[in-house]
Design a binder for this molecule. Structure first.
Ligand code: PHE
Length: 340
């Protein structure tokens, strides 16, 4: 028995472990309930009475030695792992830095601003809570025009004729009433309409309004500016088409289509087989609107246009559900990376 103890002592003294697994295997071999030392203790019963004291002490000492040795091995393994710190590059970012992304509507709005800025347009804005005059009256809407109806317009309680603007054309009026032409502005902003929220409509959305007033501004100027815009935004091979339309504040008025990006005019599901996509309303500023806003309509002419940013973002990114733009689901927002 004594020699068996001595043999185990020598074995234990020389134990080495390269990693946690090896160390654990050693611990199990020697110190677990079914290990070598436990086996010695089981045999302890057969030791003659006069030797029990000496053998007992030796077994206890052996157990202590084994425990100490294994703890020591564990400690040196831990410092070995710490040594790996030396090879760490502490100047490196610890994980890919997560930057936010721009909202798709911001990206599209900034692109639109950028294009018109290069054509000499400056930015203008106005309040979202507006009075009836700037939204409708000064824009030549008749008193009984259906757009003023409660069904379209959100009226603000308390204020006489205060409402949430239903289009950014109110900013045309805000600019004209304080500016002597030449005027060349674009006005991005949020607008509100009383619509049931669905994949295709929302009670608020965003528009960009454009206004150009000067001497001798013609429909040709309007068409060239919009063609340039369309080609900058959708690509150099884009064609435009103007269809007669009606707005109280422009005369003549038109709706502008761009050739379908997907099928290039062939007809597909995006353009519903027509080859064209409608993107904005436009026209020559109605002389009455110039007069209502203090501008001499004998001397000056102008054009205006207005487009929905969501609509254009849908065409550029094929977002199927309009609600995605206002839900701020980061899985959606993360899809958009842009320099704008
Ligand atoms: N205000 C119009 C709309 O909301 C768009 C428009 C603006 C049309 C300027 C013509 C000129 O639909």
């Amino acid at each position: 028995m004594i020699s068996k103890i001595e043999e185990l002592r020598q074995q234990i003294k020389s134990l080495q472990a390269a990693n946690e697994q090896e160390l654990e295997a050693l611990r199990i071999k020697f110190l677990s309930k079914k290990g070598e030392i436990a086996a010695l203790m089981n045999d302890f019963r057969s030791v003659p009475a006069d030797m029990k004291r000496e053998v007992g002490m030796k077994i206890n000492a052996l157990k202590q030695e084994a425990t100490d040795h294994i703890n020591q091995l564990r400690a040196s393994l831990a410092t070995k792992e710490d040594d790996s710190l030396d090879t760490l590059d502490l100047t490196r970012t610890p994980y890919p830095a997560e930057l936010g992304t721009r909202h798709p509507l911001t990206i599209v709005r900034n692109r639109i601003i950028d294009i018109f800025s290069r054509m000499g347009f400056t930015l203008a804005d106005g309040p979202e809570v507006e009075d009836d005059w700037h939204v409708y009256g000064s824009m030549n809407f008749a008193d009984d025009h259906p757009a003023r109806d409660m069904q379209d317009t959100f009226y603000v309680q308390g204020g006489p004729s205060m409402l949430l603007r239903s289009h950014t054309s109110s900013v045309q009026s805000r600019v004209m009433e304080v500016t002597e032409p030449p005027i060349r502005v674009i006005c991005p902003g949020r607008v509100y309409r009383n619509e049931a929220i669905s994949a295709r409509a929302h009670c608020f959305f965003h528009q960009v309004e454009g206004l150009y007033v000067d001497e001798k501004v013609t429909f040709t100027d309007l068409k060239q500016v919009l063609l340039t815009f369309a080609r900058e935004l959708f690509g150099a091979d884009t064609e435009i088409r103007l269809r007669p339309s009606y707005f109280p504040f422009t005369e003549p008025s038109a709706e502008m289509d761009v050739s379908c990006q997907l099928c290039h005019g062939e007809g597909c599901s995006m353009c519903k087989g027509t080859g064209w996509l409608e993107i904005l309303g436009c026209g020559m500023v109605h002389p009455r609107v110039l007069e209502l806003n203090g501008i001499d309509s004998e001397k000056y002419t102008g054009f205006a246009f207005g487009m929905g940013i969501e609509r254009i973002a849908n065409l550029l990114y094929r977002v199927r559900d309009l609600r995605m733009f206002s839900e701020n689901d980061v899985r959606f927002l993360d899809e958009f990376q842009a320099a704008y």
